[in-house]
Design a protein around this ligand. Structure first.
Ligand SMILES: C[S@@+](CC[C@H](N)C(=O)[O-])C[C@H]1O[C@@H](n2cnc3c(N)ncnc32)[C@H](O)[C@@H]1O
Length: 241
């Protein structure tokens, strides 16, 4: 992804910052986001020092600090960061990229990233930065759209959406990269992590109509456990020894 693509992502999220929560913090979007967040919450230490990369409007930071701990967020979009700061006044939010974290070594006990990794231009740099700023014994957990038969058509859909000027919170041609299990395993191993767990999650999609979404929500636990080929987000958790 060229620097222009990153700039396009930043501009896009600046432009949707005021409406983002109507998509991911209401109705189906809230259920979808909560479902993904719960996977991360289970993998991260409770009440720790959290860094959320690509924090957006602070939805995950808010969930994490609900039961104690502290939260810091970083995002390339200044407008998203401003929203996050309003949501979680006691937390710290900065504008910046996940590929070059402005934090000291060993600063956090938990690092999260929700629906961001597919945008990141240099995933190796991001993971080496995550490893650097995580304390020994700390945990990272992330979730992003994965490489699957059902996600293969998404970039073309986004391209068409952009051409016909559909107004959608995420539907734009950003040159996203989707990963499979082996690629994730290699990336995390290469960055030095241990206890790497890669799995598939989610089945109910935010853009489904209500009755189908409700049905998909009901069968989601079964799909994730027994037919993960139908789940479309890839989840990774890992530890720094
Ligand atoms: C789909 S939103 C997800 C926001 C938030 N994590 C959530 O779950 O609601 C993607 C976010 O990633 C941010 N982003 C994209 N690339 C990034 C990068 N390289 N470093 C930091 N943030 C990035 C965008 O600005 C946007 O806020």
């Amino acid at each position: 992804m060229s620097p222009t693509k990153t700039e396009k992502i930043r501009k896009h999220y600046d432009s949707v910052a005021d409406t983002y929560d109507t998509h991911y913090d209401h109705h189906r979007g809230k259920k979808y986001h909560t479902h993904l967040s719960n996977h991360l919450m289970k993998a991260l230490p409770k009440g720790g020092k959290l860094l959320d990369i690509g924090c957006g409007t602070g939805l995950f930071v808010e969930k994490y600090i609900h039961n104690g701990g502290s939260g810091t967020g970083i995002d390339i979009s200044g407008k998203m960061v401003a929203r996050a700061q309003r949501r979680c006044e006691s937390c710290d939010f900065v504008v910046g990229t996940g590929e070059k974290l402005p934090f000291a070594d060993n600063s956090f006990t938990a690092i999260s990233s929700v629906l961001v990794f597919s945008y990141v231009k240099d995933p190796k740099s991001m993971l080496s930065e995550v490893f650097r700023v995580l304390e020994p014994g700390g945990q990272v957990a992330l979730c992003t759209l994965g490489k699957k038969l059902i996600t293969r058509g998404i970039p073309s859909l986004y391209k068409i959406g952009e051409k016909i000027k559909i107004k959608h919170v995420v539907m734009k041609d950003f040159g996203e990269h989707y990963y499979d299990e082996n690629e994730m395993q290699d990336l995390f191993e290469g960055a030095g992590f241990s206890d790497i767990n890669v799995k598939w999650c989610s089945f109910a999609h935010i853009d489904m109509i209500d009755p189908i979404f409700d049905f998909a929500t009901k069968v989601e636990p079964f799909v994730e456990k027994r037919v993960p080929q139908l789940a479309y987000n890839i989840f990774v958790s890992a530890k720094k020894d």
